[in-house]
Design a protein around this ligand. Sequence first.
Ligand code: NAD
Length: 467
Amino acid sequence: MSDYISLSQIPVIYHSLRKTFQAAKTKPIAWRRKQLLQLCRFAKENVRAIEECLFLDLGKPKQEALMSEIASSIDCALHAAENVEKWARPEFVTTSQPWQQAWNPRVEKHPKGVVLIISPWNLPFFLTILPLCGAIAAGCCALIKPSEITHHTSFFLAENLLKYVDPDAFKVCLGGIPETTRILELRWDHISYTGNSRVARIISAAAAKHLTPLTLELGGKSPAIVDSTANISISAKRILWSKVGNAGQTCVAVDYVMVEKSILPDLIESLKDAYESFFPNNGGALKSESYARIVSDLHFERLKDLLRQTDGEILFGGDWDSGHGQRQLEPTIVVGIKPGDMLMQEEIFGPILPIMAVENVGEAIAYLSTRPDSPLVVYIFSGSEQNIKKIITNTTSGNVTINDTIMQTSVKELPFGGVGESGYGRVFGQHTFDNFVYRRSITDIPYLNEPSSLGRYPPYTKESYEA
Ligand code: NAD
């Protein structure tokens, strides 16, 4: 693509960012706050253009674009602008030895330096702005590499972002694998990567050469466990919503459901009702303006293959529309799923919802313990405190959400992130900021202490040893 960065330009850009960082331009809090407010302005003044890009890339309905990408970016930048001073403040510690208190021991938070942000295609605007807010608040310079798959949004970022934030401190490079590979050869002070775990291994190997610390925001198969005490109709609505928003291409979407056998028929009925309430007109989701499309031919074919290969029964949905670059796949419920099914192997990342019936919550927990991957989220739909506690105690995941889906990501104060295959590092609010600073311990030991220090110096004698 002609707008991709040339390989020879990459080190030039890198060194210009280093120069800016060394000049300490990014360090004053007032400068950081101004950049964050500018980021906010960037999103606010370009709402229509961003919506248009997200529609061209993903067929994202305007309301979804506004809620999940633009308003959340504005909120994130504003929150960081309001709190940067507080986050950057030194933390004074209380020592266990009272005489050490006079040393004024504290932790200062210093910017790591020049950082790299690699963002994915599924929320291409928000998942670029979110880490950028952290990098700016921390006082870092940043190179941003958005996804080549969502070309319109990435191109828009490259063309417009630096009209708002300081172009000496921030750069956007468009490119695919060759460009990213060249970028990864350089020594970054932190890399924030959001995407899949296969590429995360490539990023980790490149980072290891320079001992570069990483934030890896990955995905995985997030289950929903529904027991017989759950409110079935609300649970069904909330589960299905996670699969229809962005056509299920969301890292925190429910990947599959494990439901107690006794309530399987009720859950299916409620899912059908929810579907009809979301897409009330003839033609359902495929004719609806409230439904996004699959991002690329590759992913479209991958999802259609899954439907061809599953041994489960497609209960409803399963149609698609390939016309006029539509790539729309109907929300599809598949029942009769066994653990070895194709739908139970990799993260689905699309609007297909496999449902596996289990005897009880214990069987769902046992199944999760056989999987090699730890999910980003375990969703629990239950009114039983005992079952909720049992599931939390006996499973592993980055997050747990009870009786809803996706809404947990609106709590900025909670650290969001994965564990094991779903990644490491945490984001949102101060947690994003924390990724881009290093904690520097400072002690300031007065000369006045010298008389009491003499015992530590050589020559060591029998008397000094016994003293
Ligand atoms: P993607 O294909 O856009 O890849 C992400 C980035 O990796 C892009 O910038 C791309 O250029 C780069 N990349 C791709 N191949 C590369 C290679 N060989 N070498 C170097 N860089 C390369 O996005 P994706 O990975 O398909 O995104 C979907 C995944 O992201 C899902 O697994 C989803 O669950 C996960 N995700 C996680 C979160 C989270 O916050 N935890 C958020 C969104 C998405």
